[in-house]
Design a protein around this ligand. Structure first.
Ligand SMILES: Nc1ncnc2c1ncn2[C@@H]1O[C@H](COP(=O)(O)OP(=O)(O)OP(=O)(O)O)[C@@H](O)[C@H]1O
Ligand SMILES: [Mg+2]
Length: 156
């Protein structure tokens, strides 16, 4: 598990960039944290690094977006779900095909979602600081992420 405290939204977005550099098609990333913790800020940074053009907004009222990139990038927000039915899963399942997918509030869909390659947890420390933990069972990802995070901090 990697843990870092950021002191601005830009720092959190930069961590999203570092993670993005380590991802490949088919990856699913769960992004957890209370309201306003910075989930969308983190994902926006990752999306931009993955070549998504245009504004990345929180899909709270639409469940999910698929952005055209190479590979495509999906951004889902399952906040509105109390539970997920097979029919609801059938509606969103295409977002996970041939994409890299980021899922805010992933726990409600755990029964259906592909296993995440990593889970990001964000927590408020104070109005400007967030403690961010990235957990993965994939040791290769953990190593490359540690290297990418090191690059990001030395570049900052
Ligand atoms: N260190 C920081 N990291 C991330 N965001 C920060 C930080 N400091 C301040 N902020 C602010 O906190 C807010 C985070 O909003 P964001 O929409 O990313 O949260 P969220 O976790 O996606 O919330 P929601 O559950 O409503 O979707 C932004 O307004 C951002 O500018
Ligand atoms: Mg959000």
């Amino acid at each position: 598990m990697l843990r870092v405290t950021t002191s601005s939204a830009g720092g959190t977005a930069q961590l999203g960039v570092a993670l993005a550099e380590c991802l490949r098609v088919g990856d699913v990333i769960g992004v957890r944290g209370e309201l306003g913790a910075g989930k969308t800020v983190f994902i926006r940074g990752a999306c931009e690094a993955l070549g998504v053009e245009g504004r990345v907004t929180s899909p709270t009222f639409t469940i999910g977006h698929r952005y055209l990139a190479d590979p495509d990038v999906a951004h889902l927000d399952l906040y509105r779900f109390e539970s997920m039915s097979p029919g609801e899963w059938a509606d969103i399942e295409p977002l996970f095909v041939d994409s890299i997918a980021f899922v805010e509030w992933p726990d409600v869909g755990a029964e259906y979602l592909p296993a995440p390659r990593a889970v990001v947890n964000l927590r408020h420390v104070d109005p400007e600081r967030r403690e961010i933990e990235i957990t993965t069972a994939d040791q290769q990802l953990e190593r490359s992420l540690a290297a990418a995070m090191g690059d990001a901090s030395s570049a900052a």
